[in-house]
Design a protein around this ligand. Sequence first.
Ligand SMILES: Nc1nc2c(c(=O)[nH]1)N[C@H]1C(S)=C(S)[C@@H](COP(=O)(O)O)O[C@H]1N2
Ligand SMILES: [Mo]
Length: 194
Amino acid sequence: MPPGQAVRYEHRPLHYGPVPVFRPHRWDFRVMGATETLGSYRWTWEEFGTLPRTDSVSDFHCVMRFSVPGVPWGGVRALDLVSAAPPAPEVTHVMAWGEYGYSANLRLDDFLSEQVLLATHRDGEPLAPEHGFPLRLVVPHLYGWKSVKWLRAVEYMTADRRGFWEERGYHNRADPWSEQRFSYQEEPGHGPPL
Ligand SMILES: Nc1nc2c(c(=O)[nH]1)N[C@H]1C(S)=C(S)[C@@H](COP(=O)(O)O)O[C@H]1N2
Ligand SMILES: [Mo]
């Protein structure tokens, strides 16, 4: 376990705002921004189902100081998505976009980590609505707010830009192993504010 985390076996949902309703005929998933071709990519729900699938077990760390061990996810690896929709060579970061404008920024190398999934399943079952049905990002090596639920798009970026919580006082990178919880920790030599 990373420092300052307690194990929680029950996976209680946690998010800001309401749980969106899935409308399969209106739903799509997009890759946009600085793609190699400069065009954007769009998958319907049916088309998304044709992407290569991977199962992956990982621990989940929430900044609220609990961790859920050994969560079995199923879905599409970010690596396989990026092969289907190649970024321009200048891309350094991505923004993951959820319903209602929720967002989280990631370094491209964090996004392309082997365990990162665009998950449709958990425990062999489709995701529960409150856990992100039909699609969520899972970035197990960073704090949970980077794992955008109700994922609708990935934007390729040639410079960094902060996402929803990163603009509201949370850390830009969010590595739980070095307890990157709050944005003030990004300032060199800064301790917690008094
Ligand atoms: N769209 C969206 N995704 C989100 C959030 C949110 O508020 N909205 N909260 C994040 C936070 S803080 C955590 S810890 C995880 C929780 O995932 P879970 O509810 O499946 O445990 O979802 C993340 N993804
Ligand atoms: Mo969280």
